[in-house]
Design a protein around this ligand. Structure first.
Ligand code: PLP
Length: 450
């Protein structure tokens, strides 16, 4: 729904930014004390508030503050919180049965989600899918599958890449603090290659690819590599969009050398960038694709989808897990996919970019502390640097983010140097709220620099 009428209701929740207490309010402050006494300090939180309800473009906290959600719970509630189709399907499923374990007695929802994934992912070759619980689990399973298929061990990942927090995916993730610090030893046979990062490497896509390919050939050996795993647009790394041609050349190198090319679309997939999958912007066809986050409207679900001969090369029983493809999560995924198709969510993501990019570019021009506005669709970020340089300014980034939080706009920071302010609004974000959020963001840049 897009309207400038701020009295619009979604699921009975007014689509407005409304602060009735300081952020955090007294109830959240109380709850934060309970949280500290009960929850491990190792679990972080961007904001010290607690949510009561959420729908459309807002989250409402227990003090009654309504905040604009520019994070979607990290690119998860792409179709919005509690989308009616998701709620209906989940409600129906939870009343029928909650779990049998697909590896024990099977059900249609799992098959239907796999069919949808096989249909929607790039390429018209024969495909198969397998379902898991989290993005990290999907990535780790993609590596397992690639190793069995190729009978090789080496796995190539890229600088600034993020693939999760399990032991293998920690090794695959680039950034040490907070993801890896103290948690070693890490899984072996993971090799990190330079990523195309046009703002900083000054290389064209083919040049950056040639550099990575030369290193793979010389330092690992092409015939030793099981899989190349890459995010077509890096998420946690800072919404880094590789220069055009980079991905294509890496895919060609993989194809020429019997290497399984894995696109980690956990953050960029499912309409986030204005296409079903970010790989489509470059016209590449991955051998395997990992998905999670936006797939199921907030319920935990993840998948590996890819070429039938690769996916079917694994011995029976080699893949799975107690909860993977849980029937309620599958119902939510089918509801989310139906919403994406019926409401043309790709067009919504494109529209969000049309509104955001010019306003962010104007802030860049006026403040001189944004080295680049980048991303695609509703996956947009600004890289914040010391004026006139490419030197990261994490302190300013954090100050602006905190300023936005205080004014009722949920924004996230990210990047290897912590100097990326990133935006991942739900695709159902009403336009008047998006504009309001941008006004607050603009004000907070000016205030932080005053
Ligand atoms: C979030 C993310 C993961 C890990 O997903 P979890 O569900 O948190 O395990 C993996 N890859 C990418 C690209 C991600 O953004």
């Amino acid at each position: 729904m897009t309207t400038s009428d701020s009295s619009t209701l979604v699921n009975g929740i007014a689509q407005e930014r409304r602060l009735v207490t300081a952020i955090p309010g007294p109830k959240s402050v109380e709850m934060q004390k309970r949280r500290t006494g009960a929850v491990s300090a190792g679990v972080g939180a961007t904001m010290p508030i607690f949510i009561d309800r959420a729908a459309g473009g807002v989250v409402v906290d227990i003090d009654g503050n309504s905040l604009i959600d520019m994070g979607s719970g990290i690119a998860v509630t792409t179709v919005g919180n509690s989308d009616q189709g998701v709620v209906d399907r989940v409600t129906e499923q939870v009343a029928k049965f909650t779990h049998t374990c697909f590896m024990v007695t099977q059900y249609e929802g799992y098959v239907e989600v796999c069919e949808a994934l096989n249909r929607l992912t790039p390429g018209d070759h024969e495909k198969r899918s397998a379902l898991f619980n989290s993005g990290a689990e999907a990535v780790e399973n993609a590596v397992k599958i690639a190793r069995v298929y190729t009978k090789r061990q080496a796995v190539v990942v890229f600088e600034h890449g993020y693939h999760g927090r399990t032991n293998m995916t920690m090794a695959m993730t680039a950034k040490a603090a907070p993801y890896k610090t103290g948690f070693g030893p890490f899984s072996p046979e993971i090799y990190r290659m330079p990523m195309s990062y046009p703002l900083h490497d000054g290389l064209s896509g083919p040049e950056a690819a040639a550099k990575a390919i030369s290193r793979m050939s010389k330092e690992i050996g092409a015939d030793q590599i099981a899989a190349i795993v890459i995010e077509p647009i890096q998420g946690e790394g800072g919404f880094i969009v590789p220069a055009e041609g980079f991905l294509k050349d890496i895919v060609k190198f993989a194809n020429d050398n019997g290497i399984v090319f894995v696109a980690d679309e956990v953050q960029a997939g499912f309409c986030r960038t204005g296409k079903w999958f970010a790989s489509e912007h470059e016209g590449i066809v991955p051998d395997l694709i990992t998905t999670a986050k936006g797939i199921a409207g907030g319920l935990p679900l993840a998948a590996v989808t890819g070429r039938a001969e690769i996916m079917d090369s694994v011995h029976a029983g080699g893949l799975g897990g107690t909860y993977g493809g849980n029937p309620i999560a599958c119902a939510a995924a089918l509801g989310s996919i139906a919403a994406m198709e019926s409401q043309d969510m790709n067009a919504k993501a494109v529209r969000i970019e049309e509104i955001m990019r010019p306003r962010l570019e104007k802030i860049a021009e006026e403040t001189g502390v944004i080295a680049e506005v980048r991303g695609r669709g509703a996956m947009i970020a600004v890289e914040i640097t010391k004026p006139g340089t490419h030197e990261p300014d994490a302190e300013l980034t954090s100050k602006i983010a905190k300023g936005c939080h205080g004014e009722g706009v949920v924004v996230l920071t990210t990047g290897t140097y912590g100097n990326i302010l990133r935006f991942l609004p739900p695709l159902v974000m009403p336009e008047h709220l998006l504009e309001d959020a941008l006004t607050i963001i603009e004000q907070q840049f000016k205030e932080a620099l005053a």
